[in-house]
Design a protein around this ligand. Sequence first.
Ligand code: N01
Length: 603
Amino acid sequence: MSAQDEQTPDLDYDALARKYEEERAKRLKAEGLGQFREMTGALASFARDPFADPQFTRDPINREADVLIVGGGFGGLLAGAHLREQGVKEIVVVDRAADFGGTWYWNRYPGVRCDVDALVYMPLLEETGYIPSDKYAEGAEIYELCRRIGEQFDLYRDAMFQTGVESMAWSPERERWIVTTDRGDSIAARFIVSATGHYSKPKLPGIPGIESFEGACFHTSRWDYAFTGGNADGDLTGLTGKKVGVIGTGSTGIQCVPPLAEWAEQLYVFQRTPCSVDVRGNRPTDVDWIKAQPPGWWQKRVENFTNWTSGIQDGEDMVSDSWTNLLGEPTAVAGGVVGEVDPQEMLRAELRKMESVRQRIASLVEDEKTAEALKPWYHYFCKRPGFSDDYLQTFNRPNVTLVDTEGQGVQRITPTGVVANGKEYALDCLVFATGFDFMTSYTREAGFSITGRDGLSLDSHWSRGARTLWGMQTRGFPNFFLMSLLQSGVSINYMHIADAQTRYIATVIAHCLKNGVATVEPSAEAENTWVERCVELSSARKAFLEACTPGYFNQEGQPRPENELNMPFGGGPHAYLDLVTAAREGGFAENLEFGQVTPTGEP
Ligand code: N01
């Protein structure tokens, strides 16, 4: 990197690199991921579902199914919808939640919205006829679309809610997966689609005293409206006259802080690392535009968005927002995930972007010390970029205090408050916006054991890293499909990848059911080739993450050696989507091994 740059002669890149390193060093913790705690034991009550009927009971179910889908979020819903389109009849969706929705079932915190354009993020809009009201849809609206998909594709009929899968094991005799649950069920399923989500296991910080707090206390994905009053639109009347603290300033924190500030008597925002907060620019949906579109518009817009967010100027920028104009120029995206652009050019563009984010803070936040503390000093893609048009301005309110801990975090929690920077802040309510387990271990996040052929557990099979074909199948686990980020394509718009993956999965499953094919799994050669390709392409992202400020992307600054296997595919969304689409359109057989055939006729 040159010390100066023609476009921004004032930006001293070497000085920035030193500053970033200094700030990173402040945040590195020896405990790494060990600093977080699961919601078990003394913290088990944090996991309670505040939206479900706690009295719900039912008799155990013993049944057969063509396909068992774990997870009723968009991954599971898309799988269900595409399987139905292929004529598959017996589809059982199992979810711990009391309804469909996945992330949008759980995350109902005030201010929750999707920060990706609704017309590309929300799937099956043409099929359901649903028109989102805003460019960035509210969580409640997305949750409603999930329910509508469940209805329209008849997925409620056999759904099992408030039910956690405990184990699944392949029975070679029956050529079925035997799935057990925490309600005593036993389901023999021919196929499994494990769509357990990327942010489904909330985590808490292991701050000393966390169990001792006596006020209201909850994680953002289990919002306690019984205490705060109101709903995701605000009206948090229960907070009138209350002192509230929020720990965590990631994408969630920056969304719930403005409504909390509006209703609490006093709000303390405990910050360890500031989020980068860029322009949001929400506005009502252009309904006339949608009505004027020919069929197939969703796919076209989705492809256009993926192109623009991966450095390809594909004619008109249909979405035209802070994502498609990510670095202020058509460069690339996501810290080495997409390897199509000159890394030095990308680095300079990214440093300029971060500078503009800092300048925006200085222009919006009145108190200079607070503005200074809100400035992020790390590479733009080390953390997920944030967007908001009201978060920064919230710090101009007299009832809001930023408690910046300079990378150290909160020291202690007491029965009556939080101690940070040596000072105790008395609180009536404490909110943890501290995120989720992310790519720690597939089965840990999913919460159930998976045992394939010959008693092989997925944990031991992947003990040195994941092995998959296109991130969706793994050898030794017949008829098992998964949706995760491991060796899978990634896009800013998860739905583009999820839609392509579930179309592929539905095609392969329907092929087997229609033709009486007992089993399907990747061939050794196809799996090895894919794993090698993923490893080869992982080096850019690996190096990038190693130099990043700690966060969930890099296992809190301690990236693991097996990461070269446990990363998303580094060849960009296009290469991945082309592959999966070609496979679905006829090429899948050459990469798969099929078991014996007993013609059955119908799927
Ligand atoms: O979680 P996070 P999130 N003391 O892990 C802080 C998606 N999402 O729920 O940065 C004090 O990003 C931690 O501090 P630091 C999106 O993909 C999407 O916000 O580690 N603070 C950080 O600030 C996103 O990335 C949307 O120093 C402590 C925060 O907790 C993902 O979900 C909306 C601490 C955790 O941030 C997760 O986002 C929301 C401690 N001891 C979320 N420990 C949209 O589409 C942790 N922190 C809009």
